[in-house]
Write a protein that binds this ligand. Structure first.
Ligand SMILES: [Zn+2]
Length: 566
């Protein structure tokens, strides 16, 4: 019977284990004249194998990474390890199925979670977010779109705007960053509770992309012809603090490989250098046009922190209890200005203490701005640090702000850190009526860089004659480059082999594969979203409307009635 079983098993493509089962079953029928008991519940049996002490403790070691694992999805790795290594080593003649693997992963503390993608509903309708969305859209609809080309219709052909005299053509350029892991997982990943799918960061196999896209040409880079033309021009002089790069850059995209033993992590300094290059490239491609650079909200965060330029937080003299503020650019001259003495500075204060690394204070900063002398020549009098009026006015504002913040805390149950700084730099009417030179604090606070407390990025862009805006928080659906990232990841997963060299080669290839026409479609999708929000739809309604009308730039009236908005 054993031989017969082997032959049958072989015909079904099964192995000796199946043959033995067959043999046992045949013998059961032969002896009992009945069918063997149902094999249902077999899963329970295998499941209980998990509780076998040796199986369980080995698997726990395996999940902690103490037992090396192969590349691939976690389910596949576990199944392969159990079936090919663990069970044979324990002489367990069994296999676990795909569905059983999922149960075991749960027992090992993993959850199948969707890796965040698409819109984040949370926070969209928060009062402050709705307000910033409104401001953003007002800006786009009044300052940008009237001067921009429209790409519409099935083939997304271009219609130029009729520009008022003296107005320049505008091009909107979206920026964003993304990370790709050499062994990029699916949208679903097995994670332990509270874990993020960024565990691979420590493995150093990361490709970080920071890029810009625009409707006219898709990727922000020079064409071969433009490069040839550029190469006939002399190289620009090497600018100090430009990272030593006197070279011309032909592509605004930046790809780095951050992590242990790799490049440093992406930061604000790199983004600023990249933006400066992007502006240059834009100006070569579109001379006499205005670039509208749009960033997501977090890019601006780094420069809105405690080192923001706020005159009322400064002392008259150096050192002491005052924040070390970010370096700025003197508005009248465009020269860089340090707010803190450099570490190798050799001067000392009145009491002989070294000034190196200390905040400069208002007097010195004003002097470096050339404002102290100017004031002196004009008025012949010395400036006080803070006059009585300014002090009282600041106290009143602090009080009003504190009350407003408490009210907000009451409503939301949590404070917004950014609120504190935002309110202070706002100028109310009363403030505008006061003299502009009563004291150092006043003079400094009216300087362009202090007054607007703009993110550095914005200052750089605006100084170059272009425009800059930040997306409202949580609204990544308004950024068309998000859809480029989706395409990148989809293609990447298709061709990746889990190795770092392949990843390095694939990422730019996958990005280049996203065509200009597709990029125009992504823009259209976002313009549609903006239109929906502009008409007062909330995030869920907007998502519905955008999905329903895929071939339009604007949301037709019909959908508004559908939603009961009109
Ligand atoms: Zn004053």
């Amino acid at each position: 019977m054993t031989t017969a079983s082997n032959i049958v098993a072989d015909r079904f493509g099964k192995g000796p284990w199946f043959a033995r089962r067959l043999c046992a079953m045949a013998s059961y029928i032969l002896h009992t004249q009945e069918l063997p008991p149902s094999t249902q519940g077999k899963g329970a049996q295998r499941s209980s194998l998990f509780n076998c002490l040796e199986v369980r403790s080995t698997l726990e070691k395996w999940t902690k990474g103490l037992i090396p694992i192969e590349q691939g999805g976690l389910e596949g790795q576990l199944r392969q390890y159990v079936n090919m290594v663990l069970f044979p080593s324990l002489e367990i003649e069994d296999m676990i199925s795909e569905s059983m693997v999922n149960q075991w992963l749960k027992k090992l503390g993993f959850q199948l979670l969707q890796v965040q993608k698409g819109i984040y509903v949370d926070g969209h309708e928060r009062n402050d977010v709705v307000e910033s969305r409104k401001q953003f859209l007002d800006y786009i609809y009044t300052e940008v779109l009237p001067f921009s080309c429209v790409y519409e219709g099935a083939d997304l052909t271009v219609t130029a705007p009729s520009l008022p005299p003296g107005q320049k053509l505008h091009h909107t350029i979206f920026h964003d960053e993304t990370c790709i892991h050499a062994n990029e997982l699916d949208n679903f990943a097995w994670m332990r509770e509270g874990e993020q799918p960024l565990r691979n960061k420590s493995r150093g196999c990361i490709v970080h992309v920071s890029d810009f896209i625009l409707e006219d040409c898709g990727h922000l880079r020079l064409s071969d012809d433009e490069i040839k033309h550029q190469q006939t021009l002399p190289l620009p002089p090497k600018a100090p603090g430009d990272g030593g790069a006197g070279n011309q850059s032909f592509d605004a995209r930046r790809i780095i490989y951050p992590g242990k033993n790799h490049d440093p992590w992406w930061d604000m300094a790199q983004l600023i250098a990249q933006t400066k290059d992007a502006i240059k490239i834009f100006e070569v491609k579109y001379p006499d046009s205005v670039g509208v650079f749009i960033y997501d909200c977090s890019s601006a965060h780094a420069v809105f922190t405690s080192d923001a330029l706020l005159a009322h937080k400064m002392n008259r003299g150096p050192g002491g209890k005052q924040p070390k503020m970010q370096s700025t650019v003197i508005p009248s001259t465009g020269k860089p200005q340090l707010m803190v003495y450099p570490d190798d500075y050799e001067g000392v204060d009145k009491s002989g203490k070294p000034l190196a690394g200390q905040p400069k204070g208002m007097e010195r900063v004003l002097q470096e701005h050339g404002l102290l002398e100017m004031h002196h020549n004009k008025h012949g009098s010395k400036l006080v640090g803070v006059c009585k009026t300014c002090k009282l006015s600041q106290e009143a504002r602090d009080k009003a702000l504190k009350e407003a913040k408490e009210k907000q805390d009451e409503i939301e149950g949590s404070g917004d850190e950014a609120l504190g700084e935002r309110g202070i730099s706002d100028m109310d009417e009363d403030d505008l009526l006061r003299p502009s030179n009563c004291c150092m604090q006043r003079v400094l606070s009216l300087q362009e860089d202090f007054r607007h407390e703009k993110p550095l990025l914005q200052l750089i862009i605006e100084r170059a004659g272009h425009k800059c805006a930040f997306l409202p928080k949580f609204h990544c659906e308004l950024n068309p480059i998000e859809m480029v990232w989706s395409q990148l990841k989809r293609r990447f997963r298709e061709y990746a082999d889990g190795t770092f060299p392949t990843a390095k080669k694939l990422v730019p290839e996958c990005l280049d594969a996203v065509s200009t026409v597709n990029i125009r479609r992504y823009f259209q999708h976002c313009w549609r979203y903006m239109d929906a929000y502009k008409r007062g739809l909330n995030v869920k309604q907007a998502a519905y409307a955008v999905k329903k009308y895929t071939s339009h730039r604007r949301i037709p009236r019909g959908v508004m009635m559908d939603l009961g908005v009109l």
